[in-house]
Ligand binder design. Structure first.
Ligand code: PGA
Length: 257
């Protein structure tokens, strides 16, 4: 089993001071595993100070969003070019961005481009709503979000791309998808990537599951076929729970348990 990627999405939680204290606590509980890449995504203003505090071999940093233009009169926005050098990853198209802030597949595609252009790795979030799942539209939604979100990406860039499958109804709901269903959608995602970019790209693209994962239920997702890691919201705000997820990922790679 290859290296796992565990991403903490802290959303709009933690002031800069709280983020710093949390990082200190987490660093004490998480050894530096070489088989797990742990990425912390705090709010924008905490990034600079965390970047000075962090042990970069233990944790990497990510941003939760960015704007697609490199500079200009865009009040309130943070450009991907401003994150360059500060973070390794940028979450793009999270369901909260799509549904609360009205981001469209077109905007999301431009953000993916901006992140790649600035030498960082986009974590493109995709997933169906409850109604779409009930109406048996998951495959269609996944297909549309991938083809639109990755328009203009080249097959060479796929090795820098992470896709997070996050069914909208499973995010922040205590209603995680089943590992069997996750496997099915992940295989569908690889099929879509294969059709767009070829075999090698389909094997290379890293795919995460996210949606109500915690320290207690993470095992089956970490072991699910084709799943390279997890995107964690609520449980990433609790050091003990997040450390348990990281340990589970390490144990899966190292001992296959
Ligand atoms: P959750 O959030 O783990 O709280 O469901 C996941 C996410 O929003 O990425």
């Amino acid at each position: 089993m290859s290296k796992k990627l565990i991403v903490a999405n802290w959303k709009m939680h933690f002031t800069t001071g709280q983020a710093s204290l949390f990082l200190q606590k987490l660093a004490e509980q998480v050894p530096n595993y070489r088989d797990v890449e742990v990425v912390l995504c705090p709010n924008f203003i905490a990034l600079q100070s965390l970047s000075l505090q962090i042990n970069h071999r233990q944790f990497k940093l990510g941003a939760q969003n960015c704007y697609d233009k490199d500079e200009g009169a865009f009040t309130g926005e943070v450009a991907a070019s401003m994150l360059r050098g500060l973070v390794h990853y940028v979450i793009v198209g999270h369901s909260e961005r799509r549904h609360i802030f009205g981001e469209t597949d077109k905007t999301i595609a431009q953000k993916v481009q901006a992140v790649l252009r600035n030498q960082m790795k986009p974590i493109l979030c995709i997933g169906e709503t409850k109604q779409e799942r009930v109406d048996d539209e998951t495959s269609q939604v996944i297909h549309e979000q991938i083809s639109a979100g990755l328009a203009n990406v080249t097959s060479e860039e796929i090795s820098d791309l992470v896709i997070a499958y996050e069914p909208v109804w499973a995010v922040g709901s205590d209603d995680a998808d089943s590992a069997q269903d996750v496997e099915k959608v992940v295989s569908l995602i690889r099929k879509n990537i294969k059709a767009m970019f070829g075999n090698e790209a389909a094997e290379q693209v890293q795919i995460l599951y996210g949606g109500s994962v915690d320290g207690a239920n993470c095992g089956p997702y970490i072991h699910a076929a084709g799943v390279d890691g997890l995107l964690v919201g609520g449980a990433s705000l609790k050091a003990k729970s997040f450390a348990a997820i990281i340990y589970a990922a390490h144990a899966a790679v190292r001992y296959n348990v």
